[in-house]
Design a protein around this ligand. Structure first.
Ligand SMILES: [Zn+2]
Ligand SMILES: [Zn+2]
Length: 409
């Protein structure tokens, strides 16, 4: 769902009360159709002349279809933009709170309505959009509205992806459900729900953190590094808002030094502590692990034809691989030690101003690794890590002596 402003339908009689502009636009003929707010600025003199009569076109002049909203749990509604801008609907359903997840906010006559409390999250429906960092505040808003015995409408443009992601997050958190169970529950009430693939990943990550951001959780660290990598790709430098990604130098950290550290093999300068390591599973071992469940029975029981069965089997295999969780013993043996991926650390020079480069020991200048914000690094095991900051195992050594933590730079 990447379409945001392309409704070809001018506002109809379902438009909010008082939106006289909409009605006028509807009578201005074909030229008003398909014109987005952006296009208005670029329109011909003739169009500008015509539009002058009807005022400036606004977002609310182009609706997301007829009013559509569904009650997911008591007092919690999920719907489209039209529902959120239709005053009559808001009154009929006794909506007291509106949570908007959209690229533009609601019109003023809605946000300033005396009976409404509103919250706006600016977000596009793109898989790389970061919805994860809004989920806590969104679920809190819904919780608060329901605690006041209000009725809350969560909406985006169509009520399919962004708003459903927020509602699913709330269901996961309030009912202690995993993503799939929460998704199914919401879909039973509104059959259109389908968060985009990036949001699904983020919701699953949210669930695995216990429905709250855990900055020490490794998959979260990797997620945030990827967000930063996307920004570096655009800006060629690391935006300041991501500076917190760069970890304190373990060689100068005095409080509670970690006992297990990696040192430069040449000069023994401390380079990374165990907490900085971003572990990955050895992909060559994972792919050798045969999934125990057999798909053949499922396919034949369904009476599917051969091509359908093979597609089904492929899907099953992928799903099984995704959900396959090794036991503790297996997990230990799966951890790859070919390359030591780490978080960005303060001694790494130029990592905020370059997209990629070498990592030299800050004391002896020996090359100890490489980094790239934008290109993936493929470990010999086959796993591709992006962004990648890594130490070369032959250039570093593991040390367990806490008293040896150095203070020199
Ligand atoms: Zn060194
Ligand atoms: Zn590996």
């Amino acid at each position: 769902m990447q379409v945001e402003c392309n409704s070809t339908q001018a506002a109809t009689n379902e438009s909010p009360a008082g939106a006289s502009t909409s009605a006028t636009v509807g009578t201005s003929g074909a030229s008003a159709k398909c014109i987005t707010t952006t296009n208005v600025n670029k329109s011909s003199k003739q169009q500008r002349g015509a539009l002058k009569d009807v005022g400036i076109l606004k977002r609310e002049d182009f609706d997301g279809g007829p009013v559509s909203l569904d009650e997911i749990v008591c007092g919690l509604y999920l719907g489209n933009l039209t529902a959120a801008t239709h005053m009559m609907t808001l009154k009929i359903y006794r909506i007291t709170h509106i949570l908007t997840l959209d690229s533009v906010p609601l019109p003023q006559h809605i946000t300033e309505a005396s009976f409404l409390t509103t919250k706006y999250v600016q977000i596009s429906d793109m898989k790389k959009e970061d919805i994860l960092h809004h989920l806590d505040s969104c679920t809190e808003f819904i919780e608060s509205a329901l605690a006041q015995e209000g009725n809350v409408l969560v909406h985006c443009y169509y009520g399919v992806s962004r708003s459903s992601a927020a509602v699913i997050a709330f269901i996961m958190k309030s009912r202690h459900l995993d993503y799939q169970a929460a998704f199914e529950m919401v879909r039973k009430r509104r059959r259109f729900v389908q968060p985009n693939i990036g949001f699904v990943y983020q919701l699953k990550l949210y669930g695995s953190m216990g429905c709250k951001i855990d900055t020490q959780y490794q998959p979260y660290k990797i997620y945030r590094l990827r967000l930063a990598g996307d920004q570096v790709l655009k800006a060629k430098i690391l935006p300041q808002s991501f500076n917190s990604l760069i970890q304190a130098d373990p060689a100068v950290t005095q409080e509670n030094p970690e006992p297990i550290v990696y040192r430069c093999r040449k000069c023994r300068r401390v380079l990374a502590s165990k907490a900085h390591i971003l572990q990955h599973d050895n992909r060559s071992l994972i792919t050798q692990t045969p999934p125990k469940a057999s798909g053949s029975n499922i396919a034949s029981n369904n009476g599917t034809t051969a091509p359908q069965a093979s597609r089904l089997l492929e899907k099953i295999a992928v799903e099984i691989l995704k959900t396959y969780t090794p036991t503790d013993t297996e997990s230990q043996s799966l951890v790859c030690r070919n390359i030591i991926f780490v978080e960005p650390i303060a001694w790494m020079r130029n990592i905020t101003h370059n997209t990629q480069g070498r990592l030299n020991c800050p004391k002896c200048e020996q090359k100890v690794g490489n980094f790239s914000w934008i290109n993936g690094c493929q470990c010999p095991c086959g796993e591709v890590v992006t962004p990648a900051f890594y130490l070369i195992p032959s250039r570093v050594e593991l040390s367990k002596a806490v008293q040896n933590v150095q203070t020199t730079l």
